[in-house]
Write a protein that binds this ligand. Structure first.
Ligand code: FAD
Length: 554
């Protein structure tokens, strides 16, 4: 029914975090197996990142350094980040850039070899000019490809098109994981002395997301199920993005640049000018909270945004628009009117880790977009990539160190069988009252957008929680249309939707609990920041139940 494999360090995910973790773990003298849902380096958010990355090299202003970087993150995050983690990541944030430089990533540099470091495109994001750039529209591409090349030079085992479906633990310590190979439908049990999770964000809980579709909350739900603590799940950062045409849903729209290039001002359902936050304090995206207000006033567009007429933009000027996606896609539109509204960029919280990126489950490390406690209440722009690279390095190194002094564990056969049965039952389940994974996912995304979106309220959140609880019950009725094992995407979607439902519950319940507005969490019924809430909401599953507690920051 399943095959067994063993490795010292199991790395799950192949974005910037996973690939750096694998490289560091193998440098630590350990056998490494990297498992990823798609093609190494090509799936996940990393390859889609825009051309702005913060790194405190101090080449533009020598006063900049990791300490100042850490202070900036803490300030932006409303001082509720985990200070030790932020400092550790900031401290580790220079070496990966130097490594990438050595591996051929063409960063913009001066003739004397110093990196060019710019002010951030978002005002007041960093104390000193800190953003490094790459030529071309997407920074993620050369970075991901350089990491792929590096990994292929090292002795790292790789399983592509394979997903982690669950972790195996023994007395509070991780001992491996169960993997489904999507290509053949085969199941593998991997024994491991340490596991690094690098599965990215959980953005697919929303219908409109700037992130790739692979971000289905697998790591969040799987870690939480084995007792890992989660933190800051109530904070989510939205950007204005396209809602319509449907083919462009989630494409980032730089409204200010389009207007500068000749587009008309956005308008609402009544034809009146719509405030999307074009004032200088906002970045080129504008402000999704303003769009929310238009929608709340009943004047929103059909899909919950505002209209944006781009007829006046000459097709040749699209190439000059700084935002790659806006410039690339808009000229090909069959329409001159866009609908513009909130799309999620990142969920600030995730698996709670210490400064070694280790979770509350022994030997389980979390990195990149999956970890919680770094951004605190508010995402700092242009720090996603550097967090992924730096936390990947830290986790890979620590996991190797742990593996070095740990014996190969023996996962419980009972637990393995339970998981294999869960997977196989889903594959063959046919019920008259069955629910298709895609249908449940669509309903969940509607619920999350309506109740746990840009601006929240008690009634909206309670309604969403009620609906999510109903969906949890429907998981046992998930039915898929074919029991073919080979490349059965619906089977995978069934596993993903369970993760999405579980993670949505965490986000909604934490958002209901935090009765204040802070950073990326906005409550219309509690519009002010309340000093009493200078604390973290921690989620932990105990006896199958999700418990939320407040804990001192850190
Ligand atoms: C449109 C966009 C623009 C951005 N622009 C910037 C920017 O300019 N600057 C910046 O610093 N940051 C930016 N970011 C953020 C940045 O890209 C991310 O924070 C960072 O790349 C996250 O890296 P990661 O390795 O944690 O996750 P990802 O790169 O998302 O990788 C996750 C990996 O996990 C795999 N995976 C998921 N589930 C499973 C499973 N169950 N089993 C096996 N594998 C699994 C995925 O397939 C993928 O390989 C941007 C993000 C987006 C979406």
């Amino acid at each position: 029914m399943w095959s067994e494999l063993e490795t010292d360090v199991l790395v799950v995910g192949s974005g910037g975090a996973g690939m750096f973790a694998a490289i560091e773990a193998v440098k630590g003298g350990q056998r490494v197996l990297m498992v990823t849902k798609g093609t190494m380096g090509r799936d996940g958010s990393t390859i889609h990142a825009f051309p702005v990355i913060q790194s405190p090299l101090g080449h533009e202003d020598t006063r900049d350094n990791p300490e100042v970087f850490a202070e900036d993150i803490m300030k932006r995050g409303g001082q509720i980040s985990n200070g030790k983690l932020v400092r550790a990541v900031a401290e580790a944030s220079i070496q990966p850039v130097l490594d990438l430089d050595q591996w051929g990533v063409p960063f913009k540099k001066r003739e004397d070899g110093r990196f060019i470091q710019e002010e951030s495109y978002v005002p007041r994001l960093s104390t000193y000019p800190r953003v490094i750039e790459l030529p071309g529209p997407l920074s993620g591409t050369p970075i991901a490809l350089a990491l792929r090349r590096r990994i292929s030079q090292l002795d790292i085992d790789l399983m592509e098109y394979s997903l982690l479906t669950s972790l195996l633990t023994d007395r509070g310590v991780v001992v491996g994981g169960v993997i489904l190979d999507r290509r053949r439908g085969d199941i593998y049990v991997v024994k491991a002395k340490a596991v690094v999770l690098a599965t990215g964000a959980c953005s697919e809980v929303y219908k409109t997301s700037l992130c790739p579709r692979s971000n289905t909350a697998d790591g969040q739900a799987i870690a939480c199920r084995v007792g890992a603590e989660m933190v800051d799940m109530e904070f989510a950062r939205f950007y204005n993005s396209a809602l319509y045409p449907e083919s462009l849903r989630g494409v980032n729209v730089h409204a200010k640049q389009l207007i500068a290039a000749g587009a008309k001002l956005p308008y609402d359902r009544s034809g009146g000018e719509a405030d999307v936050g074009l004032d200088p304090q906002h970045s080129d995206h504008g402000d999704p909270v303003r769009v929310f207000s238009v929608v709340r006033s009943g004047k929103g567009s059909e899909r919950g945004g505002v209209y944006f007429d781009i007829t006046g933009v000459a097709s040749e000027s699209f190439h000059d628009i700084g935002c790659f996606e806006t410039g690339r896609f808009l000229p090909r539109l069959g329409t001159s009117v866009l609908e513009l509204g909130p799309g999620v960029l990142v969920i600030d919280g995730g698996v709670r880790v210490n400064a070694d990126c280790e979770s509350s489950v022994g030997g389980l490390y979390a990195t990149g977009d999956l970890l919680g406690g770094f951004w605190g209440a508010s995402y700092t722009g242009a720090t996603g990539v550097i967090l992924a690279l730096s936390s990947g390095c830290i986790a890979g190194r620590r996991a190797a160190k742990r593996a070095n002094s740990t014996k190969m564990p023996k996962p419980s056969r009972v637990r393995i069988k339970e998981e294999v049965d869960r997977l196989m039952q889903l594959l063959v389940r046919r019920r008259k009252d069955g629910v298709r994974p895609s249908e449940l996912r669509a309903r969940l995304q509607e619920t999350m957008g309506r109740g746990v979106g840009v601006v929240r309220s008690e009634s909206g959140l309670k309604g969403a929680i009620e609906e999510i609880r109903g969906m949890k019950k429907e998981i046992s009725r998930l039915s898929i249309s074919s029991s073919v094992k080979v490349f059965n995407n619906e089977w995978v979607e069934g596993l993903e939707v369970e993760n999405l439902v579980e993670t949505s519950e965490m986000m909604a319940r934490a958002a209901l609990m935090r009765t204040e507005t802070r950073g990326d969490h906005r409550r219309e019924d509690y519009p002010s920041t309340d000093e009493k809430w200078m604390k973290s909401i921690v989620i932990k599953k105990e006896g199958g139940r999700m418990r939320l507690t407040t804990q001192p920051v850190g």
